[in-house]
Design a protein around this ligand. Structure first.
Ligand code: CO
Length: 299
């Protein structure tokens, strides 16, 4: 990693920390999820960053991948765990971070377990350490609280314009994990903890997409969407809200494009037994032998 790249990561991290400082003030029972998502995204832009993916607002047993649709009328409920997961990038140098808010109280244990799991996991990060160690720590922490990690959600290595660079950081003691933390690597660590069974499944609904194929046979709106998505998001995930200037039918067109195999779709992920889910996430970088937690403590 060059010094210039490192500086962009630091800057993306600074923006993410500032935005995170505002999130607590925005999220409360009765607030609109669309308004909160848009406020977070415009805060990121006003500070000179770009959202690396649509802000995910996942409530209760929804664990991940929900972003509000165009004109979404959803409100934060009186009770439940609200996960706010967002990314910031500068020229494709991405940081990814999440916090959980206990809207009406009563789920402090799940919240503490996931916060503590993240803190302990980050302390273990060093060049040469196996990703497996993170899974062991997260699982141990969850069990100490009589809770479970979500086994089919994981952290991930980050690359330029790639949120998931193909290496997963498990949240349970997976046996065969080939990867290790390395000098110059950027990693998102994100324990998901639940009082449910510890698994998520895909809902029918998807609100987030990314480009899979850059060529298609097609007409009008769909072709324009693909062209705009490629030039605006450069392979990063996006949503209907971010293309709503192209017409009123974007959401339906996105589903058609996914059906044709042109787009990837990321269905909403929900805990299979309806357990509450908490998630804390930070991005770390290993630069010249030192681990920097980009999205929480100022390096
Ligand atoms: Co992540």
């Amino acid at each position: 990693m060059t010094e210039d790249e490192f500086k962009r990561y630091l800057e993306a991290g600074r923006i993410a920390r500032t935005v995170k400082g505002h999130v607590l003030g925005l999220v409360r029972p009765g607030a609109g999820v669309l308004e909160v998502a848009e406020m977070i995204e415009s805060l990121i832009r006003s500070m000179g960053g770009e959202p690396a993916f649509p802000v995910n607002i996942s409530i209760g047993s929804v664990a991940a991948h929900y972003t509000p649709g165009v004109g979404d009328k959803g409100l934060f409920p009186e009770r439940g765990l609200a996960k706010i997961d967002f990314g910031v990038h500068i020229d494709g140098y991405i940081v990814d971070t999440a916090i959980t808010i206990d809207l009406g109280g009563g789920f402090e244990r799940i919240l503490s377990a996931s916060r503590e799991a993240l803190e302990r996991a980050i302390k273990r990060v060093a060049p040469g350490v196996s990703f497996r160690d993170i899974g062991v720590i997260v699982d141990e922490t969850a069990r100490r609280y009589s809770l479970k990690p979500i086994r089919n959600l994981s952290g991930h290595r980050i690359d330029r314009y790639k949120i998931h660079a193909g290496e997963s950081i498990p949240n349970y003691p997976e046996r065969l994990v080939p990867w290790k933390f390395r000098e110059g690597g950027v990693y998102a660590i994100e324990p998901f903890i639940t009082d449910g069974a510890g698994l998520v499944s895909e809902e029918r609904l998807a609100t987030i997409y990314s480009v899979k194929r850059s060529k298609m046979k097609g007409s009008g709106l769909e072709e324009r969407i693909l062209r705009e998505a490629i030039s605006r998001f450069k392979g990063l995930p996006f949503c209907a809200r971010w293309l709503s200037d192209l017409g009123a039918d974007v959401a339906t067109a996105l589903e058609r494009l996914a059906g044709q195999g042109v787009l990837n779709r990321y269905p909403v992920l929900t805990e299979i037994t309806g357990g509450q889910v908490a998630q804390f996430e930070d991005t770390v970088v290993i630069y010249q032998g030192t681990v920097y937690v980009l999205t929480s403590s100022p390096p």
